[in-house]
Write a protein that binds this ligand. Structure first.
Ligand code: ZN
Length: 367
């Protein structure tokens, strides 16, 4: 079968590889729609971010290697011994980080917090291939009301659901969200379902602000046009937002906001409030800790998403309570289009993409 393999950073080739076989506890799937995550797209080009050292080591010692492809919708072709609850024909998505099954957390029913297990696409081959083997414990069934394209976003949406849960919103809390890319727009929709009061969003792109309003922002501020910290303070009677999500930071080379939005988030939150750090910055960031201490700010990071988050995500999308279609801007056709999806996703700013670029793995046939 054909699979995309990395021969080095920036060196992606469509290779012939042996057909994978299904072992105990595993399923064989045909990927239907796959998207590179932003992290994967940056790593593909050797841009330092989450898991950079791990990927570099694998490339240096094991290349060529099948990497990435944990955000997908796939159809089950076969199930291995001991797999229950799944049948050939079922459509599935997956969580990426798996429990190891062995450590003290896993042995005491806290496997959701385990950090020692494998990650799909990083330790196990992902779905940038004609077929893939997946552990059944990673999977969730995709409801018939969810399209292949939407299902490929479920894993990312479950991270946003986990981020909102980490924020521990109180009823009517005022929320500000910096960055209206895919995770910002997801956090927007999930906070509205979680009891938020006034919701203010920030982006530098008119189109992202428009989509943000369409998806329920009370105020979508364009940071190129207004002083957003002053505007958020004015909209909150001078106090600042109860909770601020920072979803905009990262390398300006990829069209992200650098570290400026982190400082703005700290300035826009009320004293005693919470900043939820969703972004990855790709290196050390200078922060005035004494200022955070003086204002009793809580700077918190999202918990990793669990199977429970992913199952909740399926319900949110199937019932129409979270809408993903308006965020899907680029859909490509055929397995050959995978490198193009990496290029667009690594440079979302340049391509005016909101969600990562998706690949429908089977090229549409004639008619
Ligand atoms: Zn474990």
């Amino acid at each position: 079968m054909k699979a995309w393999r990395f021969h080095g950073f920036g060196d992606l080739r469509l290779d012939d590889v042996p057909e994978p076989a299904c072992g105990p506890g595993q399923v064989l799937v045909e990927p239907l729609c796959v998207q590179p995550s932003v992290t994967e797209a940056q790593l593909a080009y050797g841009i330092p971010t989450l898991a950079y050292d791990r990927v570099k080591r694998r490339l240096e010692t094991e290349a060529p290697v099948q990497l990435f492809g944990h955000e997908f919708c796939a159809r089950i072709l076969d199930v291995g011994p001991g797999v229950q609850g799944y049948m050939p024909g079922d459509r599935v998505a997956a969580r990426a980080k798996l429990p190891c099954g062995d450590c003290v957390l896993c042995r005491t029913e806290r496997g959701d917090r385990c950090r020692s297990g494998p990650v799909i696409g990083f330790d196990l081959p992902g779905c940038f291939a004609e077929r893939a083997i997946l552990p059944a414990i990673a999977l969730v069934k995709v409801d018939d009301r969810i399209s292949d394209s939407e299902a490929a976003c479920l894993q990312s949406l479950s991270d946003s659901v986990a981020a909102v849960e980490t924020a521990d919103l109180k009823l009517a809390d005022t929320v500000a969200i910096f960055g209206q890319g895919s995770m910002g727009l997801e956090c927007l929709q999930v906070v509205r379902l979680s009891g938020a009061g006034l919701v203010i969003t920030v982006d530098v792109r008119d189109e992202a602000c428009r989509v943000s309003r369409e998806l329920g922002a009370d105020h979508a501020l364009n940071a190129r046009e207004v002083d957003v910290v002053a505007a958020i303070r004015e909209l909150t009677d001078g106090v600042g937002a109860d909770v601020v999500f920072e979803c905009a930071g990262g390398s300006p080379k990829q069209g992200l906001a650098g570290t400026q939005t982190l400082r703005q988030a700290i300035d826009a939150v009320r004293s005693g409030g919470k900043v939820v750090g969703v972004s990855w910055f790709g290196g050390p960031v200078e922060v005035d800790i004494d200022l955070l201490r003086e204002r009793s700010l809580r700077y918190v990071f999202p918990d990793i998403s669990t199977r429970g988050h992913l199952e909740h995500t399926v319900r949110l999308v199937a019932s129409g309570r979270v809408r993903l279609k308006p965020t899907i801007t680029h859909v490509l056709s055929g397995i050959e289009a995978v490198p193009r999806a990496f290029e667009i996703t690594a440079n979302k700013g340049r391509y005016q993409a909101i969600n990562p670029a998706q690949v429908m793995m089977r090229a549409a046939g004639p008619g």
